[in-house]
Design a binder for this molecule. Structure first.
Ligand SMILES: Cc1cc2nc3c(=O)[nH]c(=O)nc-3n(C[C@H](O)[C@H](O)[C@H](O)COP(=O)(O)OP(=O)(O)OC[C@H]3O[C@@H](n4cnc5c(N)ncnc54)[C@H](O)[C@@H]3O)c2cc1C
Length: 448
């Protein structure tokens, strides 16, 4: 049995663990990262990246078909999609090179990467196979553990699909479920999303969510609320599903069922060390310390959010704090976004939240079709900017439409940096670009 001492142990090489290792190493710590799968974690290998890049390819196909059918001068005959090959292509050309690049970046910074499963023995030692690792501080960034209903695929396995299914059932109207539903609807599948609760777009502006639900229906996605799966049974090549709905039991046949709700925090790495939990997730304070002084946690395993943007920031903050700095997490400005087709996002306050908070509110709305770049890709939808009518401060930005994810970071910066209509209008945004649509909307409510 070999043993070695490190300043910092990081368990899990997803966004949270990657950034924690990178920062701690830059700050001069001797760091070991243990990852049992691939560097990049769920986000890069099984979640955000394969999902969003495949959707980008499919939306390009949609655009080419549209141009071809509208006499644009661009013609295609027999444009076909083999989804199994698309997933293989994404893995070979996008996820694998990025994962290898992340590994190389860490190795260049002298982070030791060990492949295997880490388990804490106590507050100062862990084991990986027959290796013993001594550490002063640790970051648990082990993410979630995904399971599925019998007969279903967990949503992290969507790239296992090799042939286009005709009918798809998605269990869960959360962001994972709605994204998977959109991906398969883009292929031309009939998709049903079943959601146990009464709402699928909680926290989104009413106009935005009504528009999005209408667009999803147009794209062959039906959403059933208050509905649960009772059983999935294999039947020939497909599945027979029993649903419990407010109107009684419903039976249907589908080709594939994706489960987007059967997940829980991955805690096996804690081994013999008891840290406090909250609703099953590792409880952390704003510095990301657990109840055990030298052990920190970051990312999905903390239950703060199930989004990579939060995992990245938490990884950075944990990395700084194990290196002796003192950073705190600020959860005031958590944006919401959905990689559906079309996409939607909400940053800062919605109109009703701003009114409830006592602001005198002006609302600027702009159709996406007024923007040359968005119009050129056939985007419909809108942006809505919520402004403090007294001082011109930008309180929130909401949007729905194809291509609008390119706007979210601009919206986040406007709200986070407390921009005013005047300060944005008086900048020289490049033209023609997607980002101009926000500035154009502000002109409606700007009072010098
Ligand atoms: C289908 C899908 C689509 C998504 N799309 C988006 C999106 O578009 N945008 C977005 O922001 N978020 C998206 N997410 C969420 C995003 O993937 C997660 O929020 C993010 O990956 C969390 O990062 P993390 O570092 O906390 O955990 P993970 O990325 O899950 O990484 C944890 C890592 O720890 C490793 N590990 C666990 N235990 C051990 C152990 N004991 N020893 C060694 N290694 C261990 C695992 O192998 C894993 O690689 C999506 C998720 C899914 C499932």
């Amino acid at each position: 049995m070999s043993s070695e001492e490190f300043d910092a142990l990081v368990i899990g090489g997803g966004p949270a663990g990657y950034w924690a290792s990178l920062i701690a190493s830059i700050r001069g710590l001797k760091v070991v990262l243990v990852e049992e799968g691939r560097v990049g974690g769920t986000c890069l290998n099984y979640g955000c990246v394969p999902l969003v890049t495949s959707m980008n390819y499919l939306s390009t196909v949609d655009l080419i078909r549209k141009l071809s059918s509208e006499g644009s001068g661009i013609f295609v005959k027999d444009l076909e999609v083999d989804i199994g090959k698309v997933f293989e292509y994404v893995e070979k050309n996008v996820t694998t090179p990025i994962s290898e690049g992340m590994r190389k970046t860490l190795e260049d910074l002298d982070v030791r990467i060990i492949s295997g499963r880490a388990t804490l023995i106590n507050e100062r030692t862990a084991k990986v196979g027959d290796k013993v690792i001594g550490f002063k501080r640790a970051v648990i960034a082990s993410g979630l553990s995904w399971k599925s209903l019998e007969g279903a695929l967990p949503c992290v396995e969507f790239t296992r699909i090799r042939e286009k299914p005709s009918k798809v059932l998605v269990v869960g109207g959360n962001p994972f479920g709605l994204s998977i539903a959109s991906l398969f609807s883009m292929l031309g599948c009939e998709v049903l999303v079943v959601e146990g609760s009464t709402n699928v777009l909680e926290g989104f502006d009413t106009e935005v969510s009504e528009y999005l639900l209408m667009m999803l229906r147009e794209k062959n996605i039906e959403v059933m609320l208050n509905t649960k799966v009772v059983k999935v049974v294999l039947s020939g090549d497909g599945k027979k599903v029993r649903l419990s709905t407010p109107e009684g039991e419903l039976h249907l046949s589908v080709d594939v069922v994706f489960d987007a709700v059967s997940y829980s925090p991955r805690l096996d790495s804690l081994g013999g060390v008891k840290v406090d939990l909250e609703k099953g997730y590792i409880r952390v304070d704003e510095r990301l310390r657990t109840s055990v002084g030298n052990i920190y946690a970051a990312g999905d395993v903390t239950g703060t959010s199930q989004y990579a943007n939060v995992a990245i920031v938490q990884g950075i903050v944990a990395g700084e704090n194990i290196s002796g700095n003192d950073l705190r997490i600020n959860l005031k400005l958590l944006p919401r976004y959905l990689f559906t087709y079309p996409e939607a996002f909400s940053v800062g306050l919605t109109e009703s939240e701003a009114r409830k908070a006592g602001y005198v509110v002006s609302v600027a709305r702009q159709s996406l079709a007024s923007n040359p770049i968005l119009r050129s890709v056939g985007s419909a939808g809108m942006v809505k900017v919520v402004v403090d009518a007294n001082y011109g401060g930008i309180l929130g930005v909401q949007a729905v439409g194809h291509g609008i994810t390119e706007l979210i970071n601009e919206g986040i910066l406007m709200v986070a940096l407390e921009s005013t209509c005047g300060s944005i209008i008086n900048t020289y945004l490049a033209h023609p670009t997607v980002g101009e649509v926000l500035r154009d909307s502000l002109i409606q409510v700007y009072r010098p």
